[in-house]
Design a binder for this molecule. Structure first.
Ligand SMILES: [Zn+2]
Length: 322
């Protein structure tokens, strides 16, 4: 099993023992992955998940928190499995809570909505204790997170809707000594960690102990293999450079896309640009291999420099027009 799946399975199994933490984790899961709909004045909670375990966890958390309400006749929480047409990962699990009053009570308890509407931001009482902050971070990762296999390098990210919420999560991580940064990507604000120590700490905070062991083993293997510190530092530095360069390229491409649309670039540049958006972690050589026909690392580099020049021109024009 790959590292990401192992970690996700472990986090799904980690059920909070206290109600305060159940509230925090469920609140985070709904913010990260849920939709609160109103139809004909009735509130309906919908959580869509490609991972069955996460969908089941949402249901268990709702059941644990709202047992008395769920025993009332006519109240329903269910998981449905839907096949998506043309979706890369076939299954979609949908959790629904359709009963208006119970849904409103639950959202109120989770700090997401009141009788008079949705709440903006995170209510402090939801993450008042340190145990709840851990549960909250776990919920966000489960709903919106991804981690790279440690044998390929260190990268963990959470794609958040809304810059304010992303910055809030960075602040929460900082309370545990974890350094995170935010970068925009396709309408989301991506909170990311690229330092091995920070990722280790993040796993500790979320109580993913098997994944933590796995990661530590991978790190030890890497350092035994080569000239211990020199190698590890060099690899970290290289990975850091790749990620920084990729972020610059993504910023350029998004700017071009906003102003004129990627499709109006020459075809060779458009192909490289859309591959970069889809593969933010790939190195230039990897991007080159994905192009058809394949292009060398320096060929991709050349295209990225032409894209950077176009983006610079746009910035210059914008400044002049101001
Ligand atoms: Zn708690």
């Amino acid at each position: 099993m790959d590292f990401y799946s192992l970690m996700k399975d472990e986090l799904v199994r980690a059920m909070p023992e206290r109600d305060c933490c159940r509230v925090a984790e469920l609140s985070a899961l709904l913010i990260a992955d849920g939709v609160i709909r109103t139809s004909e004045g009735r509130v309906c909670i919908v959580v869509s998940e490609t991972h069955a375990g996460v969908a089941r966890k949402v249901v268990s958390l709702i059941r644990d928190l709202e047992r008395p309400a769920l025993e009332r006749p006519g109240v329903e929480v269910s998981v449905r499995n839907r096949k998506r047409k043309g979706a890369p990962r076939g299954n979609l699990y949908v959790v629904r809570m359709v009963n208006h009053d119970e849904a409103v009570d639950l959202l109120d308890r989770l700090g997401l909505a009141r009788q008079d509407g949705l709440v903006r931001g995170v209510e402090p009482r939801v993450v008042a204790r340190r145990c709840c902050k851990r549960a909250y971070i776990r919920g966000i990762f489960l709903g919106a997170g991804y981690v790279t296999d440690p044998s390929r390098g260190y990268h963990l990210e959470m794609a958040i809707l809304g810059l304010e919420h992303a910055q809030y999560i960075c602040g929460l991580l900082a309370e545990f000594g974890i350094r995170a940064r935010v970068v925009p990507r396709r309408g989301r604000s991506v909170v990311y960690l690229k330092d091995g120590d920070d990722i280790v700490e993040m796993l500790r905070v979320m109580q993913a102990s098997s994944a933590l062991l796995e990661l530590e083993n991978a790190r030890i293997l890497r350092s035994i293999r080569g000239d211990v510190n020199r190698l590890v530092n060099a690899e970290n530095a290289n990975l850091g450079k790749t990620v920084d360069a990729s972020l610059d390229q993504i910023r350029n491409i998004q700017l071009i896309d906003d102003v004129m649309g990627i499709r109006r670039l020459p075809p060779a540049l458009a192909a490289a640009a859309s591959l970069r958006l889809e593969n933010p972690e790939a190195s230039l050589a990897e991007l080159g291999a994905m192009l058809s026909p394949p292009v060398s690392k320096s060929g991709v580099n050349h295209r990225m420099r032409r894209i950077a020049r176009i983006a610079d021109d746009i910035r210059l024009t914008n400044r002049r027009e101001r």
